[in-house]
Design a protein around this ligand. Structure first.
Ligand code: ADP
Ligand code: MG
Length: 396
């Protein structure tokens, strides 16, 4: 159960409500090219508008590094949001200060304002207390509806909660509920598929889920550190030399606990990332010198598919190959298809690149839930409560 108060637990009528959203959307020539993050927040915004609140939205966009960057102003976002809401959205030219205060003072119930990019100010990422208090002074209630930034102790996520009653929005609540189902009470068998470039990125997830999960399937760049730890030659494949011992330790520990730990049996290797014509499938025991693994092979896809049979819960984080290059995307696509093909299985994908891969294959609707948070979902499964969620008021 979600233990935090939400917008439904407080009176919002006539109140100035500051909402942290994640409108960090891709832009091209001044247009929003993917509005999914904006659409995620619509339920909360519409609820607040419908209940007579004055809605003040705040977000970051891109990486302006604490300075005003014209191409990262929020105007295209305000335009897209206005279209989606079917009502005007006033975009301000700053996020704090006199002009902002004046504009907020003139708001009527049901009005929507979008503040300028929070990260134009270095104080946002620094979680500066003075800045947090200035932001807070604009509103009477704070709502976090941005799961994907809730692992960050930033002023608009954590600092601000010291100054205002703070509750969750619908998107945040729903995401935490979906992910909690996997983390706290998964139906078994529960299979975790991990990939991506680095072991070090995913150690936390293995540690966080080693009790609950029944089986781990490992692909991607991270698999080679494990293969090498088992004594195999891995050529020029990615390897974290300083993690070899840790990798052995994890495999021993999981095997003592009776958990499955499945590595690829074959891989696609090339002489260099760009040298696509050199590609060939080899057994993991026969990775030639001078070659690097860029994808799992067809035998591994088949094996993973078999290991997934009967799973009632699947968490997938990390592509099993360099899916950005079509020639190296077959393994990741095969794994995605295997998950989508499972019957009566609660399947969750986490991680920015994993979500991008699923989108590339057009398989989004086949998953029960795709997390909006890359780093946030990794930290969520690693165990600790995210600081931006911990800071919200508890339900009685
Ligand atoms: P996510 O964002 O879903 O958490 P990661 O960021 O951990 O995933 O990993 C994604 C990256 O891992 C992708 O850019 C992909 O190209 C890379 N990757 C996957 N397999 C390999 C490999 N064998 N060698 C190098 N990089 C890989
Ligand atoms: Mg990533």
């Amino acid at each position: 159960m979600f233990s935090k108060m939400t917008v439904e637990d407080v009176n919002v009528r006539g109140k100035r409500v500051l909402v942290r959203v994640d409108f960090n959307v891709p832009l091209a020539s001044g247009e929003v090219t993917d509005d999914r993050r904006i659409r995620l927040a619509l339920k909360t915004i519409n609820y607040l508008v419908g209940n007579g609140a004055k809605v003040i939205l705040m977000s970051h966009l891109g990486r302006p590094k604490g300075k005003v960057v014209d191409s990262l102003k929020m105007d295209p976002v305000a335009k897209k949001l206005s279209e989606l809401l079917g009502r005007p959205v006033k975009k301000l030219d700053d996020c704090v200060g006199e002009k902002v205060r004046e504009a907020v003072a003139e708001m009527n119930d049901g009005d929507v304002i979008l503040l300028e990019n929070l990260r134009f100010r270095p104080e946002e990422k620094a979680n500066d207390d003075g800045f947090a208090s200035k932001l807070a002074s604009l509103g009477e209630l704070y709502v976090n509806d941005a799961f994907s930034v809730s692992h960050r102790a930033h002023a608009s996520v954590v600092g601000i909660t010291k100054y205002l009653p703070s509750v969750a929005g619908f998107a945040l609540k729903e995401e935490v509920e979906h992910l909690s189902k996997v983390k706290e009470s998964p139906e078994h068998p529960f299979v975790v598929i991990l990939g991506g470039a680095k072991v070090s990125d995913k150690i936390g997830v293995i540690r966080g889920l080693e009790e609950k999960a029944d089986k781990f399937l490992i692909g991607g760049g991270m698999a080679y550190t494990f293969l090498k730890a088992k004594g195999l030659e891995i050529g020029n494949s990615l390897c974290e030399e300083d993690k070899l011992e840790l990798a052995s330790g994890i495999m021993d520990e999981l095997s003592k606990k009776g958990k499955g730990f499945v590595l690829p049996v074959d891989v696609l290797v090339v002489k260099g990332f760009e040298d696509k014509d050199s590609r060939k499938v080899v057994e993991v025991s026969g990775i030639p010198e001078g070659y690097m693994g860029v994808d799992i092979g067809p035998g591994s896809v088949k094996l993973f598919g078999k290991e997934l049979q009967g799973a009632k819960t699947v968490l997938w984080n990390g592509p099993v190959g360099v899916f950005e290059i079509d020639e190296y995307a077959k393994g990741t696509k095969g794994v995605a298809e295997a998950v989508v093909g499972l019957k009566r299985c609660f399947s969750v994908a986490g991680g920015g690149d994993t979500a991008a891969a699923i989108k590339k294959f057009g398989l989004e609707s086949g998953f029960s839930f795709i997390s909006s948070g890359g780093g946030a979902s990794l930290e969520f499964f690693s165990g600790e409560e995210l600081p931006g969620i911990a800071a919200l008021m508890d339900r009685e």
